[in-house]
Design a protein around this ligand. Structure first.
Ligand code: PEP
Ligand code: MG
Length: 595
């Protein structure tokens, strides 16, 4: 529910997922309201107005059916069913009769009559003390806007890649494929009704440095295009029509943030080493080849996770081996001699291609437990082989490593390794160069992988803990679902114990272990991860400098003490408070932006 601040401002509260503050005009994805005015008509024009109404309704029905089909295709029948409610509005006899009567009785245009009658209905529903009916208000307004647009033959297509003015995007949901296409210069920030901290849309927002708030629940119904808002990505707020005082206060926070960023620049070329001399490898996560430049700017020591699936989204065909090779070699060559860990395809879950020509299952009951990542690749072996060959070829031009996602059992690892050997043999006999000693690692993101970590460790050169999924699968909490976001708990003792077991197994077998999930991006988690013995942290490029700043102000001895405390503690809240306190004490200026 929106809250009113003492100033009278309306505040919507959600989950902060990407820091920063922006002020601007809302662009509501869906439709913007058109301005219609009352216009009277001659009696002779009546039949034409009724015909315009009919045409507008027909066109709207057509559009809604098309959208419904697209959504079914991309997200499944359940999500598409919301359009049934929209279609019902078009068949509502009371509404349609009311509109026709108004055109005839008051001799007004079809658009004015539809707009007025629909708005009257909406106000009546809005006043009812029934949540279900109130929800229908948004459907009604959406459809009315669409009908009026169609009567006026006014077509509006919002292409987020080519926006003309800066805006704050508000939507019920944004798929990662859409987020990946946002025009960074024009999208000042975004807010969605649904989503959690580790949804891929949230991860994209952080890497694009766009302030973002998710889990706002009803923002897309409460806000409309053109409204002035302030989005606070530190605290997860959207403030409607902010007062001068609010703008002034936020301006000060931004200034503090800027001066802190200058301080971070000063340590750009320094290593990530603790005060007592423990060296941590600090690398960065990338989603596309062009992000390599960001890694350098941020001072990252290579790429700890290249999420290659983004090469497969927003297109109608599969990327060829050659196209993939070009992308991988670009990153490898640009960062050479720094390592680039290329994770093999992790399609599925919330990352689905928007074309049927790439195999996928849009009707899964539990996509995160389904046909995803290594499971998908081992079944679609032609796709997997093309990617492995592309990665191997790129390894001739830099320090490339391969990493498999979602390993749940030994068999998946050995089968994947066999495929790599086959691809190597093919390239060898064709005389194509590649790194014969390319290192292979496994992501540890499923509890079963932790429990067999000794077996896995014998067969790989490194582990990288995917905490986003490890938390999801350990706690049985969907990482996308804002309703249970309070249960998504990185400091849950079970999660910390699993990280500890992974580190111990890795070190027993002489291999290193990193964290590439979002825990490595959260400043408050750094002392815990260091204390648990993690050797590498891989975070989004914009977070490399602050994470390095923290590491350089911590003592490993204190971190170990914290981890020992955490492993013996029964309360995740207490662990979190202790870890936060250690960071706040070591780097008090880090929290200048948030309050
Ligand atoms: C993870 O699960 O922590 C991870 C890094 O992989 P992804 O977020 O892409 O699932
Ligand atoms: Mg994962």
């Amino acid at each position: 529910m929106p809250q009113r601040a003492a100033t009278g401002e309306t505040i919507l509260r959600g989950i902060p997922v990407s820091t920063g503050i922006c002020v601007g005009k809302v662009l509501l994805l869906g439709l913007s309201r058109v301005q219609v005015g009352r216009q009277e008509i001659a009696e002779a024009d009546l039949p034409r107005q009724l015909e315009r109404l009919e045409q507008g309704l027909l066109a709207t029905r057509q559009q809604l059916l098309e959208i419904q089909q697209q959504v079914t295709h991309a997200m499944g029948a359940k999500d598409a069913s919301i359009f049934d409610a929209h279609l019902l509005v078009l068949d509502d006899p009371t509404l349609l009769e009311g509109v026709a009567r108004m055109i005839a009785d008051e001799r007004v245009t079809a658009e004015w009559a539809f707009h007025t009658v629909a708005e009257r209905f909406a106000r009546t529903l809005e006043a009812l003390p029934d949540d279900y009916l109130r929800e229908r208000v948004a459907d009604l307004r959406d459809v009315a806007t669409r009908v009026v647009n169609n009567i006026l033959d006014h077509h509006e297509a919002v292409d987020l890649a080519h926006l003309k003015e800066p805006c704050i995007v508000i939507a019920h949901d944004l798929a990662p494929s859409i987020t990946a296409r946002l025009d960074k210069k024009m999208v000042l920030g975004f807010g969605t009704d649904v989503g959690g901290k580790t949804s891929h849309t949230a991860i994209m927002a952080r890497s694009l440095r766009i302030p973002a708030v998710v889990g706002l629940q009803t923002a897309s119904q409460q806000l409309h295009t053109g409204q002035s808002v302030l989005l606070d990505g530190f605290n997860g707020l959207i403030i409607l029509s902010p007062t001068d005082q609010t703008l002034f206060e936020y301006g000060q926070i931004e200034r503090r943030q800027k001066s802190f960023e200058q301080r971070l620049q000063e340590i750009h070329d320094q290593p990530a080493v603790t005060l007592d001399g423990a060296q941590i490898t600090l690398s960065a996560n990338v989603e596309e080849a062009s992000d390599a430049a960001e890694v350098k700017i941020a001072g990252g020591e290579g790429v700890g996770l290249f999420r290659t699936e983004f090469l497969f989204l927003n297109r109608s065909t599969l990327p060829s081996e050659e196209e993939q090779y070009q992308a991988y070699r670009q990153v490898a060559a640009e960062l050479n001699p720094q390592p680039v860990i290329i994770r093999t395809l992790d399609l599925g879950g919330d990352k689905l291609p928007n074309t049927a020509s790439i195999p996928q299952d849009t009707a899964e009951m539990n996509p995160f437990l389904g046909w995803r990542a290594i499971r998908y690749c081992l079944q679609e072996s032609a796709i997997f082989r093309a990617q492995l060959r592309a990665i191997l070829r790129a390894s001739a031009e830099g320090n490339v490593k391969i990493m498999y996602p979602m390993i749940s059992g030994l068999e998946e690892l050995t089968q994947s390794n066999e495929l790599v050997e086959q691809c190597k043999a093919e390239l060898r006999s064709a005389g194509v160069p590649f790194d014969e000693n390319i290192e292979i690692g496994a992501m540890i993101e499923i509890p079963s992988a932790v429990m067999i970590a000794d077996s896995l460790a014998k067969r790989v050169k490194f582990f990288s803990i995917g905490t986003n999924d490890l938390i999801q699968y350990t706690l049985a909490v969907d990482r996308l679902n804002e309703k249970i976001a309070y249960l998504y708990d990185p400091t849950h003792p079970a999660v910390l114990k699993l990280i500890k077991l992974t580190v111990e197994a890795a070190h027993r077998h002489g291999i290193w272990v990193g964290v590439c999930g979002e825990m490595a991006t959260d400043p408050a988690m750094v002392p815990l991860l260091l204390g648990l013995g993690v050797d590498e942290l891989s975070t989004t490029p914009p977070l490399v400098p602050p994470i390095k700043y923290i590491i350089r102000r911590l003592k490993l001895a204190d971190c170990r003490e914290l981890a020992d405390f955490a492993l013996a503690c029964e309360s995740s809240a207490e662990i979190l408070v202790r870890s936060q306190a250690l960071v706040a004490q070591a780097a008090p200026d880090l929290f200048g932006g948030a309050h």
